[in-house]
Every structure is written in C-alpha cells, then in structure tokens.
Ligand binder design. Structure first.
Ligand SMILES: [Zn+2]
Length: 257
C-alpha cells in the first residue's frame, strides 16, 4: 500500500468531513494500518468556533497554502500541513458544502495532471470534477509539486447523513485497494448559478437531477429561478436567505448525461 494522507477540518464548519476522518482514523488503528496518515482537525480554532475561517486571523486556510512558517496563525498551520503532506504519495482533503447547502459526493481536482486523473479512477465515487482553480488550495499547491491530490466534497456543513457514509465507504475501499467496480464520469466544466436578487430560497431540484436550460430550480421569494444551462445538479442551496455575493443557488456540472 502507498502512503496516503487524509485531511479534514480545513474549514471549521464542515463537521461531516471531520466525523469521516475521525472514524477512518479509528478504523485504521483497529487494523494496525500505519501507512495512512489522518489529520481530522487541521484548523483547530476554526473547528472550535464552527466557522469556515480561523478566528485568530480571519483567513480562509484553503487559500494560503503552502503557507509561511513566520506568518499569521493560518499561514503557520498551512505551512506545517504542507510540509507533512508533500512526503505522501497521495493526499485526500475532505470537505463539505457550507451552511444551508449540500452536494453529492464528488472528487474535485486539477484533471489536467494525469496523476490526479489516475487517483480519481481508483476511487469508488461516481463523479470527478475539474476545479475552477483558486490558488492556495492544498490540492492545487500539491499538484504543482506533482503530489496526486484532490478534495472530496460531500453533503453540507450541517448535513451528516447519506453523503458522508458514501465517502467513508469509498475511502475504506481505496485504502484496501479494492476494485471500484465503477467507471468515473469526468466533469471537465461546471458553474455556479448565482443570479442577482435576494430573498428566501426554496429549492425545487434534487442532487444528481439532470436539468435543461429554462428548468425551474427553485423559488426566490416565490419568484421562479430558471437554470441558464443544461447539466447535472452537483449541489444546491437547501433553504434560507440568499445573498448572491456569498453563495449560489445551484452548482451545475456540464457534459453528456
Ligand atoms: Zn471546505
């Protein structure tokens, strides 16, 4: 088995990912598997505060890798994690969607690197999505130094059900080197639908729905919101107040479905 690192809690509000990592850690210890490292609580102060950013300096940890050993609290955490992570054969960083949103379990990486595409094929999750590429993310900075790496997104900040069970089982199968028995569908482009407007959103889609341009995806204060694209629903806002500056209504993946 190769040396693998699993990280979680880079964003402190994404509790489901932390549960998955903790459980995997216990499972590994019970079986005496030492080649797999697990850090379930990367951004400890953010986790304690149950918020995305570290409260000490207000930074989003997943925008500042590879970090700075002489920097702010978040920059030091980024540095320490990156220095550990770069010695592994593959790094899997567990995330979820935010508050009042959720997504199907999917892999998110830089697919232009062959080694990342290969990593996705060994995983028994259905979808692998091309990242939009924001700099300073752990998997992006590791990919630059040719360490295979990806994020797994699944569920939402307060969504602790089916989606995280799927991730847990996929991780166990991957660690055991089991055949996936599935063909990965690569989604090489996606976009987030965040129209102007404010109000309370009531979704009218389900995860993995195949939608067409013009289909109603939900209602913003009773106003129907229509998809600008054909595609697959990777995630959506599950309810609550909508602010186009901060979030999107639906995440749509493009391709042949
Ligand atoms: Zn996250």
């Amino acid at each position: 088995m190769k040396n693998i690192l699993i990280t979680a809690g880079v964003h402190g509000n994404e509790i489901g990912s932390i549960f998955v990592a903790r459980e995997i850690k216990g499972w590994l210890e019970g079986r005496g598997i030492e080649q797999v490292g697990v850090i379930p609580d990367v951004n400890i102060e953010a986790i304690e505060a149950r918020q995305r950013e570290n409260p000490v300096d207000g930074k989003d940890l997943n925008r500042i890798f590879p970090g700075d050993k002489d920097g702010t609290r978040s920059e030091v955490i980024a540095h320490d994690i990156f220095q550990k992570a770069k010695f592994y054969d593959a790094v899997i960083d567990l995330h979820t969607y935010g508050d009042e949103s959720k997504c199907i379990p999917y892999m998110l990486t830089k697919l232009e690197y062959d080694f990342n595409e290969e990593l996705c094929k060994k995983f028994s999750l259905r979808y692998a999505v091309q990242s939009l590429g924001a700099e300073g993310q752990l998997f992006i900075e590791l990919s630059k130094i040719r360490t295979p790496s990806m994020i797994i997104e699944a569920g939402g900040a307060n969504w602790l059900r089916n989606e995280i069970e799927v991730v847990k089982s996929a991780l166990k199968r991957f660690i055991d080197g089991e055949e996936t028995g599935k063909e990965v569908q690569f989604i090489r482009e996606y976009d987030r639908f965040n129209p102007d407007g404010q109000g309370v959103f009531e979704p009218d889609v389900e995860l993995e729905d195949i939608i067409k341009e013009g289909d109603i995806v939900g209602y913003l204060d009773s106003e129907p919101m229509k998809s600008p694209w054909d595609g697959i629903v990777l995630g959506y806002k599950t309810g609550g107040e909508y602010d186009p500056e901060e979030m999107s209504l639906v995440t749509v993946g493009f391709g042949d479905f």
